[in-house]
Write a new protein. Structure first.
Length: 293
């Protein structure tokens, strides 16, 4: 009974030896890929792990040998082999002096990685939160109209896409869709400014083309590098039963009217290219079940 049990123990220890040796070999390859000058902490921790895995492989190897010797040879040989097991124990005692420092180093790296992940999460959330400000939180209720939207704020780089729907007067509903060229905080700020300036100008002027001209003068008066804006303004007038729109180089929106789909094309150049640019608007009679997309 003694021999089979020791043989089984030896085989288990031998399997553990190969497993830890393989892990140590991969760890050793990783060490050679780490720049000790650029990341000394990672280099130190990798060496520490390699030593521990090598130590485990050697220890299990000696235990496997001791089990086989004890199963098939005389007790004197067993004593010699078990004496060799003391060598890894002695080495581990020496290495233990660095254990506290390495544990502290590992804890610091975990804290750094956690803070880095939090910073990345904030970096992803910030553009989304800012983009939400470039769209209305709630759509206004306007008698005679059904208003819907599909809008998803992105993550990552900030963008200059924006839209707005608001009451320009008790009888006029304004809808705006715009895009500032480029990405980043500058284009987002420009979009934010354009959105709220246009709200003010559409309250002052009944003609959206006049509002665009005033917006263009204001925005083009400040040096903004390569920025420009494409934008379309639609004003629904319940009193006149009309749709009046003006577009500054924006891709066509579409009107479903009298069982036909009509593109509402640009009526002027892009904003911010020339402060003296002129725009004109078009007026279309509205009927029941008309739809603008």
């Amino acid at each position: 009974m003694r021999t089979p049990v020791l043989t089984l123990v030896g085989l288990v220890c031998l399997a553990a030896t190969f497993s830890w040796a393989r892990s140590a070999r991969h760890r050793y390859r990783l060490i050679h890929r780490i720049d000790a000058e650029v990341s000394p902490d990672a280099y130190t921790l990798a060496w520490s792990t390699f030593r521990k895995e090598s130590h485990a492989a050697i220890l299990y190897g000696l235990l496997a040998i001791a089990s086989f010797v004890n199963a098939y040879f005389d007790p004197a040989s067993v004593s010699i082999v078990f004496a060799l097991v003391g060598l890894p124990a002695l080495v581990s005692t020496v290495w233990a002096r660095n254990a506290v420092r390495e544990a502290r180093m590992a804890r610091q790296r975990i804290d750094i990685e956690r803070r880095a992940q939090e910073a990345l999460d904030q970096e992803d959330l910030a553009p989304k939160a800012w983009a939400a400000r470039l769209a209305p939180e709630d759509l206004p209720e306007f008698s005679g109209f059904d208003v819907g939207r599909v809008y998803q704020a992105g993550t990552g780089l900030m963008a200059g896409d924006f839209f707005d729907v608001f009451k320009a007067s008790p009888t006029r509903l304004a809808a705006v869709v715009g895009d500032v060229a480029g990405h980043g905080i500058e284009s987002s700020i420009t979009a934010f400014q354009a959105k709220y300036l246009l709200r003010s100008f559409l309250a002052q002027f009944r003609d959206p083309a006049q509002a665009l001209e005033e917006l263009n003068r204001q925005m083009a008066s400040v040096e903004r590098g390569e920025e420009f804006i494409s934008l379309v303004v639609l004003v629904f007038d319940t009193e006149a039963e009309t749709l009046r729109y003006a577009s500054a180089g924006h891709p066509a929106t579409f009107l479903f009217h009298e069982r036909e789909v009509r593109p509402l094309r640009s009526t002027g150049p892009l904003l911010m290219l020339d402060s003296g640019s002129t725009f004109f608007s078009r007026e279309i009679p509205l009927e029941r079940d008309d739809m603008v997309l």
